[in-house]
Structure formats: C-alpha cells, structure tokens
Design a protein around this ligand. Structure first.
Ligand SMILES: [Fe+2]
Ligand SMILES: [Fe+2]
Length: 273
C-alpha cells in the first residue's frame, strides 16, 4: 500500500524523534509537493516520498551503506509498496541505484537545497521562514563558506535533470514550504544560553578536535582552529574560563558553519561523550 499523508506523518514520528531530523523531512515533503504541483504530478505521493526519505536516520547505525536499506525493512514490514521504497532508496548514492524519474531527481537535489534553506532560516534573528526570499537563498548557495557541508553540485543538478533554472527550482519549493510554515514543526526556538556550561581552554580544544577542527598554535596568546572546509576560529588562550558571552559567539559561528541549530551545536561541542 501507499500511505496517505496522515499515515506517513504517523510513521515518520514513530521512527524519528530529533527535531532537526523531523524538520528536514517536512521541508523535503513540502518541497516535493510544490514540485509535483508544478510538474502536474501526484502531489500527495511526492509529499509522502519526501517525508519518508530519511525514515531510518536515527537507526541505520551511521554506516552510509545501510542508510535507506534499514528503512526498506521497516516499510516492508508495514506492507508499503516496493515502488515507494525504491524511490526512497534512490537518494542515497551509496546504495547505487540509477536515478531515472523526475521524482527521484527532484528528491536528490532538494535534499541538498533544504540544507541551505534551513541554515538560512536559523541564521535570521527572527527565525521566520516566511521572510525568506529566493534571492537570499541564492546568495547563500553561492557563498561556499555558508553551510559548507551541503553539496552544491547536487543542488545545481536540477538544471540538467529537471530542466529547471536554479532560481525557479528554489522559488517553487520555497513558496510551498512557506505556505505550510504555520505547522508546529517549523518553529525554530532560540537557544537558552543559561544552559551553557562553564568551560576551560582545554575542554574547548577537545570539543573542537572531536568535531574535525585542527588546533594550531598561533602565538602564546591565541589558538586557531581550522576545519577541512576552511572555517577558522581564533581563540584566546589562558587558563581562565571562557565567559558565556564568548561561548555564545563560538556556538553561533559553529552552527552557521555547519548549517545546524545553536542547540545542535551546543550538543556537538559540549556534550560529554
Ligand atoms: Fe538521506
Ligand atoms: Fe535527507
């Protein structure tokens, strides 16, 4: 069977609990719905594929080769049509399926684009997606230091595979997402900075290193951290604790560089492992 929208939402919520993951799936679902509308395709089906494309994100175990294959099992047990499962699997390059249909190409490019859209909204002081405009998203897309983990090539493929200029691709998806923003899932709260721990230079250095930044001694007063994408953070050394103000700044810059929420950045940087 093919689940309807309500059934798909229930299925999603059974399997994903992290807010960031749920938001990602909703953004893709509504983006797909907008594209289906534009192409005169089945809006509900495209929404459902988009919504469920990362169903196993919290249970595939971190091995990219298993991503979507774990979802396949979950969906087969629920009696979901193999056609829908194949559409979902097509977005993971590691599975190695050749993308053939418009829907599959749309899902692939949108997976990248929504990363930029979400990072852009999070960066706005008002966190208001209804104020996002295509031209601002394009600007961020062209800035290779913004949400640098998002693969730009994947997004630009829409020009070839969907025959849609990038501006049109963004406009169609963004407008549909904006129309649906009222739902509870797109409210991105600001981080409560009272939760920030007091931290020493040594702890901070370890936190950065855990997240792929290399520490580089600049001089006796400063340390520079650099990641493979060229993001740099320069911090004052010394055995004094960092103030909340400095840590807040670090978290905000780190979140922006990675295209994640401040809450997620706080967890990544300071959660004890
Ligand atoms: Fe995925
Ligand atoms: Fe995804």
């Amino acid at each position: 069977m093919i689940p309807n929208k309500e059934q798909a939402i229930l299925l999603l919520k059974e399997n994903l609990k992290e807010k960031a993951n749920l938001e990602h799936c909703y953004l893709i679902g509504f983006g797909m719905q907008g594209l289906a509308n534009y192409f005169g395709e089945d809006k509900d089906y495209w929404f459902v594929v988009g919504l469920l494309h990362d169903l196993d994100l919290e249970c595939f175990g971190g091995d990219i080769n298993k991503h979507t294959l774990v979802a396949e099992k979950i969906l087969q047990e629920k009696g979901i049509d193999q056609k829908l499962i194949e559409d979902i699997k097509s977005h993971n390059d590691a599975v190695g399926l050749e993308r053939k249909t418009k829907l599959q190409h749309a899902l692939y490019s949108l997976d990248g684009l929504t990363g930029i859209i979400r990072a852009y909204v999070l960066m706005r002081p008002d966190k208001d997606i209804t104020k996002a405009e295509t031209k601002s998203i394009i600007k961020k897309l062209k800035d290779k230091y913004f949400a640098c983990s998002v693969n730009r090539e994947q997004i630009y493929l829409c020009e070839k595979t969907l025959d849609l200029p990038i501006e049109k691709f963004i406009e169609i998806t963004l407008e549909e997402i904006k129309q649906n923003y009222k739902l509870e899932w797109l409210i991105m709260p600001k981080l409560n900075y009272a939760k920030i721990p007091v931290i020493t230079t040594v702890q901070l250095r370890k936190a950065f290193e855990r997240n792929g930044f290399k520490a580089d001694e600049v001089n006796h007063k400063h340390i520079k951290f650099k990641d493979i994408h060229g993001n740099e953070f320069i911090l004052r050394k010394g055995n004094k604790d960092y103030t909340k103000f400095v840590i807040k700044e670090i978290i905000q810059r780190f979140a922006k560089a990675k295209g994640i929420t401040e809450e997620e950045a706080l967890k990544l940087l300071f959660e004890k492992k």
